[in-house]
Structure formats: structure tokens, C-alpha cells
Write a protein that binds this ligand. Sequence first.
Ligand code: FE2
Ligand code: FE2
Ligand code: FE2
Ligand code: FE2
Length: 403
Amino acid sequence: MRIILNDLMLAFSTALDYVEISLIGATNGHSRRVAALSCKLAESFGISDEQRFYLTVAAALHDNALTEFICEELRPAITEDGQIDAYVERNLGRHCVMGERNVSGLSFYSEIKDAILYHHERADGNGPFGKKPEEIPTFARIIHFADIMDVSYQFGDMNQEKYEKINRFLDERGRKVFDDEMIAAFRRISYDDLAACKWNDMLGTIPLIKKDYSSKEIEGMAQFFAKIIDYKSPFTCSHSMGIAEKARKISQFYGWDEAAQDEMYLAGALHDVGKLMVDNAILHKPGKLTDEEYEDIQDHAMGTYRILSGISGFDEITSIASLHHEKLDGSGYPFHKKAEELGFKERVMMVLDIYQALTEPRPYKEGMSHEKSMSIIYGMVEQGKLDGQAAEDVDQCFGVSGE
Ligand SMILES: [Fe+2]
Ligand SMILES: [Fe+2]
Ligand SMILES: [Fe+2]
Ligand SMILES: [Fe+2]
């Protein structure tokens, strides 16, 4: 399957920028700006086009483990001592380790190895892993520089006053944080050049990487993204992967070719990517939601559409993924589509999403049995909400005989 990695990474870093970035002291657009400044610094280093591309990807994804960190470690810790900032600072290295492990499944991992693991190491050796500059790969040092610059100086809009402040900091205390080579690389970029950059748009200027990826490579990417999405919802930490796997299995059941299987797999893995944009306070609220909060949650389907529709070649995947909450009678969302506007693959995904949600276990209850789940789904078929054929196929594919 041919994927333009630039589009995919850009779309995803946009989504990642909605995750609780305030935790790390950053503002909206942090990942994109860190990627853009890293790319600029790489030019100053004289790094080749292809390597510059991979650096930019690593920079765009440098905080990819924030959802996991929040879900696995931060949330349980807050209830204990209520000290969020102190906890994050004491455990800064955790999102580096998790983030590095997450990207290790990507097919181009060898190009960016250790870039995320060491993105908080300081030149004076006081980073989470106590590494010295000579032990840290250039990519990690560049991302670290760009990260600190954005968090401390909101790099988006450069002006003379800010530029002087940055230079004063680099003169007075910069060497504790950054090594000489990094500081020199930054200083080779002129003020005019920095001021002219539209940081939020700059990712469009990185070299274009358009490649054919095998099913295996696509699975690696899908799993990377699905994990980040799944950690956003505390009770359903394998929902996206569960759907991706079922989407592949049912595609094989239909005898669809490998390209169609990959599309269904990706659509399943990414169908809830819009959840990254929903506020955690709403997503994790224990009690009943207000109408407004419920609408915010429903917005995730539109978020999925917005994120995926920016990726060229993803038309089919966008449609299958973002219509999973539609209903044949027009009562679904986000577009209130009617039966005649919903293709068969979309109908299968609509059933799979409900089937997965019903059968997956939650911390407070076991997953529902296949039979019980199917009786609810058939009830929805009778109400004219779901496709009868798709429901029967899911029943056959995942029932006792299909398992
Ligand atoms: Fe970070
Ligand atoms: Fe960061
Ligand atoms: Fe959803
Ligand atoms: Fe879902």
C-alpha cells in the first residue's frame, strides 16, 4: 500500500498536539513547532534530506507516550498526592522510555533509534538518564533543543525581544542545558530566517517521503497509532487494536485482497483517533454526562474525519473509519448519513465497533458474551439502524464456529 508518510505523520502530530500538553508546560501546536525547529536546525547541521525527514518525524512524535504516561502512571499517582507538576518532573524519563518503545515497532525505527529516549538529556548530565552529549545521538540533542526552546519561549512567533532573550539565556546558562555544537547550529540560523518561519506550516517544507509499505509495515504503524488512541480511554485500552484485528479477520472471511484487508485494518486502528481531541475530564468522568459533554464526546467522530481526510490516498480509510457511529436510519453521527450513503465496508465497521465495545472487558465488568452481544446487535438491525447482512457475517465470523 502506497502511503505518503509526511501526510500521515503531520495528521497525527496535529492530533497529538491536543493531548494534555499543558502537563509538560507546552501550548497547542507544540509537536509541530518542535518538528519544524528540529528540521531547521538539521539544515544548519547540513543533514541530508532523507535524514532530515526522519528527524522531523521523530520530533513530531517525541511526546507520543503522553496518553500512556497519563493513563498508566500519572492518574493513579495524582489520586495519591495531588502533586501533578512535581510528579511529572520526578518521572520525566518515563514518557521517554515509553515513547521510544512505542516507535520501535515502526519500520524506519533504525533511522531514529534513541532520538525519543534521550530527548530530555542535558549537556551537564542532569537529564533523566545522566547521559553526556557525546553519548547522545544528534537527533535527540536537536529535539531536546527545539523542545526546550518551544516550552520556554513559545517559538511560534519570533520577535526581536524574544530573540535577544534567547541569546542572553544561551550566553549565560545555555551550556548547562545544550552542548556547544547545538548552540553553534542554532546561531548559524539568522534572526530574519527565524522570524520569517511560519512554524505551524513548516512541516509542509520537509522532503516528501512516498513509499510502498508492506502489510507488516502497515500493521506496525497502525499498532503505534492505536496504542496512543487506546490509552486516551482508560477503560478500553485495547479497543482500537481489537477492532483492527477483527476488521482484518472479517476481510479474510470475505476473501478480500491484501490491499483491502490493510485498509480495513488501518481504518479499525484509527477509527477513534478523534478521541485525542476530547478533553480527558469529559472522557474519564465517572457519573452521568451533561448534554454538552455528550456532544463533545460525539465530536470524536468528526475529529477522526478531519484528521484522516488530510492524508492523500486515505479516502476509503477515512470513510470507513469516520462513519462508525452512523446509523442506517439517519440517527447516527457525525453526518447523520442515511442507508443509501453508507457502503458495505462502512456498515461492517459500524457493527464491529458495537460488537467490540460490548464484548471487551472493562475493569468493573466482564465483556459480554458473543450471543448476548449479537442479540443486542440484531435488535438494532430490527430497528433499522444496522445492516442485517453485516451483522450475520460478524455473527458467523466471530461466533463459536468462527473463533
Ligand atoms: Fe518530552
Ligand atoms: Fe515536548
Ligand atoms: Fe467511536
Ligand atoms: Fe470505537
